[in-house]
Design a protein around this ligand. Structure first.
Ligand code: IFM
Length: 492
C-alpha cells in the first residue's frame, strides 16, 4: 500500500502537539529545532588535511554536468568558518544541527586507517556545538563516495557496503561521547537512482541494473554501518537513516494511474523501507524489475542485515510526485523533480508519466504542497507506529537578492516552512510521533548539479566574500524555535 493512501490513525503521540494560548500551533517541549547541511555542499577545503577527491569532485570537472562548472572546492568555507556558523545557529536559538561527515576527509581512499586531522575537524565542530547547547546529529554518508571506491565499482559492488561499515566504525569511535544522534545514509534513492540511473548526480552512470544493485548495497551498507555504530557507541546512541520518500499522487483516480503509483512507490519508497524496516524486498518490486535482473546479488541474510533496529526514522520532503499510467506527452526523465537527464532514474517504469504538481513552484520548479509531508508522516505512523519520526530535511530555493541596505527579505521561504510546519503539527495531532524538524538549509550552498545557482539557506552567503547574512526567514524561524510556537511569518 503506498504510504500516502488514507486510513484511520489511532496511535497517540507520546508528546502531543497542542495550540498555544495565542491560538498558534505549539510544539512540545524537547522538540528538536534544527537546520541541516552536508559536507560537500558547505565545507570546501577540498584538498586540505589529507582529504582526497570524492565522486563529486570528479563529476564537477566533467564538462556539462554541473552548472557553469561550479565545484565544492571552496563551497562556503565552513571548514574554516564553522565557529561562526555555530554562533549563527546559537543566536537563532536552534537546538540541533544535522551535518554530514566527509568520507574522503576521514578515510581518504575509502580504505585503510583514519586520518586524525580529518576526524579532528568533526571533534572541533561537535565540541563547539555542545558548548553552544546544540545537539549534533551526524550523517555518515551524504553522497561523497571516495573516488577510489567508485573506481573499484562503487555502490553497485558489495565491497563498498563493507568499506562503509568500516568507515562507520572509525567515525563512531572518534565521535563517541560527543554525538548521540546518528543517521547512516542521506537519501539513498538519490545515490542509487540519480547517481547510477539517470546520471544527473555523481558518478553519472546511466545503467538501471547498476542503480538497483546500488540500492541493494546501500541497504546492506546501512545495516552493516548500524551494527558497526552500535558496537562503537554507548547504549544511549540513537540510530536512524534519512529517506527522501516520494509522496505519490495519481494524475487521475483511474485504476491505471493508481497502478503507476504502486509501481513508483515500490522503486521509490519500498525499495528502502522494505529491507530496512520490514526485513525484505517487496515482491511487487522484484516482479516489476524481473526483466532487468534476477536480484541474485542479494545474498541470503542481506535483508535481515539491512533490517537493524532504528531509534527514529528521518524523513526528507520537498514536493509531491504526480504520476500517470502513460508517459505519452511527458518526458519521464525530466518530469520527476530532479532535473534533466537523458536517462530515466526509474528502472522498469518507462511507461509511467511524471507531471508537474499543481500550485506555485519554488526556484527548483518544485510545487509547494505541504499536504504531501502530512501524508508521509501520517502514513509512516500508521505503518510503523513504534518508530519516532524526525523531518531531517525540508525547505525551498528562491531567488533571494540582497536589498541595497544589505538585508535579504524572503517571505516565500518563511511561508513555505510555515506551511510545512503546520502539516507536521497536524500529523502530530493525528497521532504521528514526530520529534524534530531540520530546515534545509542553514546556509546557501552548493546545490549539486545546479551549483551555487539555487539558494536554499536561511542565511544568505555572498558568492564573493562568503559573508553570511540572515534572511528574514532566519529571524522568523528563530522565533519559532525559541518559543515552540508556530507564529505566522508576518508576525516575526
Ligand atoms: O541540497 C539537497 C540535499 O543535499 C539533499 N536533499 C535535497 C536538497 C535540495 O535539493
Amino acid at each position: 500500500m503506498p504510504l500516502t493512501s488514507s486510513a484511520d490513525s489511532s496511535s497517540a503521540s507520546p508528546v502531543p502537539a497542542v495550540p498555544a494560548p495565542s491560538g498558534n500551533p505549539r510544539f512540545p517541549t524537547g522538540f528538536l529545532w534544527g537546520a541541516a547541511t552536508s559536507a560537500y555542499q558547505i565545507e570546501g577545503a577540498a584538498a586540505e588535511d589529507g582529504r582526497t577527491p570524492s565522486i563529486w569532485d570528479g563529476f564537477c570537472r566533467t564538462p556539462g554536468k554541473v552548472f557553469e562548472g561550479h565545484t565544492g572546492d571552496v563551497a562556503v568555507d565552513h571548514y574554516h568558518r564553522f565557529r561562526e556558523d555555530v554562533r549563527l545557529m546559537a543566536d537563532l536559538g536552534l537546538t540541533a544541527y544535522r551535518f554530514s561527515v566527509s568520507w574522503p576527509r576521514v578515510r581518504p581512499t575509502g580504505r585503510g586507517p583514519a586520518v586524525q586531522r580529518g576526524l579532528d575537524f568533526y571533534r572541533r565542530l561537535t565540541d563547539e556545538l555542545l558548548a553552544a547547547g546544540i545537539t549534533p546529529v551526524a550523517t555518515l554518508y551524504h553522497w561523497d563516495l571516495p573516488q577510489e571506491l567508485e573506481a573499484a565499482g562503487g555502490w553497485p559492488e558489495r565491497a563498498t557496503a563493507e568499506r562503509f561499515a568500516e568507515y562507520a566504525a572509525l567515525v563512531g569511535e572518534a565521535l563517541a561521547g560527543r554525538v548521540e544522534q546518528w543517521t547512516t545514509l542521506n537519501e539513498p534513492w538519490c545515490s542509487a537512482f540519480l547517481g547510477y540511473g539517470s546520471g544527473v548526480h555523481a558518478p553519472g552512470r546511466t545503467d538501471p541494473v547498476a542503480a538497483l544493485r546500488a540500492a541493494h548495497h546501500l541497504n546492506l551498507g546501512h545495516g552493516l554501518a548500524a551494527q558497526a555504530l552500535r558496537a562503537a557507541l554507548p547504549g544511549s546512541a540513537r540510530l536512524s537513516v534519512s529517506l527522501n520518500l516520494h509522496a505519490l499522487r495519481p494524475l487521475t483516480p483511474s485504476k491505471a494511474d493508481r497502478e503507476a503509483v504502486r509501481r513508483i512507490d515500490a522503486v521509490g519508497n519500498r525499495v528502502f523501507l522494505g529491507p530496512m524496516l520490514d526485513g525484505a524486498y517487496p515482491q511487487d518490486l522484484l516482479d516489476d524489475t524481473a526483466g532487468l535482473t534476477d536480484w541474485s546479488f542479494v545474498r541470503p541474510g542481506d535483508e535481515r542485515t539491512a533490517n537493524q533496529r532504528l531509534d527514529w526514522l528521518g524523513v526528507n520532503y520537498y514536493t509531491p510526485t504526480v504520476v500517470s499510467a502513460t508517459a505519452e506527452g511527458t518526458e519521464p526523465a525530466r518530469q520527476d523533480g530532479h532535473g534533466g537527464g537523458a536517462a530515466s532514474p526509474w528502472p522498469a517504469a518507462d511507461t509511467v508519466g511524471f507531471h508537474q504538481a499543481p500550485g506555485r513552484a519554488t526556484a527548483m520548479g518544485w510545487a509547494v504542497d505541504p499536504s504531501g509531508l502530512y501524508e508521509l508522516l501520517a502514513g509512516l505512523a500508521r505503518r510503523y507506529p513504534e518508530i519516532p519520526l524526525i523531518v531531517t530535511e525540508n525547505g525551498a530555493a528562491y531567488e533571494d537578492k540582497p536589498a541595497p541596505d544589505g538585508t535579504v527579505d524572503d517571505p516565500e521561504r518563511a511561508a513555505y516552512v510555515h506551511g510545512h510546519l503546520a502539516a507536521v503539527h497536524r500529523a502530530m495531532a493525528d497521532g504521528a510521533d514526530v520529534r524534530g524538524y531540520f530546515l534545509w538549509s542553514l546556509l546557501d550552498n552548493f546545490e549539486w548539479a545546479y551549483g551555487y545557482e539555487k539558494r536554499f539557506g536561511v542565511f544568505h552567503v555572498d558568492g564573493r566574500t562568503l559573508a553570511r547574512t540572515p534572511k528574514s526567514s532566519a529571524h522568523w524561524y528563530g522565533r519559532v524555535a525559541r518559543t515552540g510556537e508556530l507564529h505566522p511569518p508576518r508576525e516575526a
